[in-house]
Design a binder for this molecule. Structure first.
Ligand code: IMP
Ligand code: MG
Length: 178
């Protein structure tokens, strides 16, 4: 398996680029079907979702807009449990169908905080799409409407996801080698 070293850790490929692309195109097809006729506002959560959002958006065939918001809850490879404020909303989300685009949902703490804050903007509905999802780590009851790939509770990098800022440029997804 292809390996990469970032700072002090070694990772090996666990999800190849082709599998990621297939999962994204399946998610997009489902959205195109489900959201037809709605006024859709995609919201990519930075930094991690930038690559996923860009690739997904190319497959979207809807009456839609996209924006990016920022909120950081992670440092190193362990969830801190503290979630920061959502910044960057200048758009009018009232009566829109908002689709949150996340790179990964781990405990769900970040998602919970994002939804609480977005509800204040009076969207018609909020749906959640995450490329990756760790079911064993998830602690919330919030339904995740679109999941690309379910993964074990292990630390990963690549395709927008980082280890202390590094590894976002990798085309495949890599898992930490213990
Ligand atoms: P949660 O709040 O625990 O659901 O964590 C969500 C955020 O933590 C994601 O948006 C990522 O930025 C980061 N994260 C969670 N798991 C990983 C991982 O395995 N690798 C890199 N970042 C991760
Ligand atoms: Mg993130």
């Amino acid at each position: 398996m292809k390996k990469v070293t970032l700072l002090d850790k070694t990772f090996e490929v666990s999800i190849p680029e082709a599998t990621i692309n297939d999962a994204i195109s399946t998610m997009a097809q489902k959205m195109n079907h489900d959201l037809k006729g709605k006024d859709v506002f995609f919201i990519g959560i930075l930094n991690g979702s930038f690559m996923f959002a860009a690739d997904l958006f190319k497959h979207i065939d809807l009456n839609c807009q996209i924006t990016f918001l920022k909120l950081a809850s992670y440092s190193g490879n362990k969830s801190t449990g503290t979630v920061k404020r959502l910044i960057g909303i200048n758009e009018d989300l009232e009566d829109k169908t908002v689709i949150i685009l996340e790179d990964i949902i781990d405990t769900g703490n970040t998602l919970d905080s994002i939804i609480r804050q977005l509800k204040g903007y009076d969207p018609a509905e909020i749906r959640i799409a995450s490329l990756l999802y760790k079911p064993e780590a998830y602690t919330k009851d919030i339904k995740i409407d679109y999941v690309g790939i379910e993964i074990p509770n292990e630390f990963i990098v690549g395709y927008g996801l980082d280890y202390d800022g590094y590894g976002r440029n990798l085309r495949d997804i890599y898992t930490l080698v213990p």
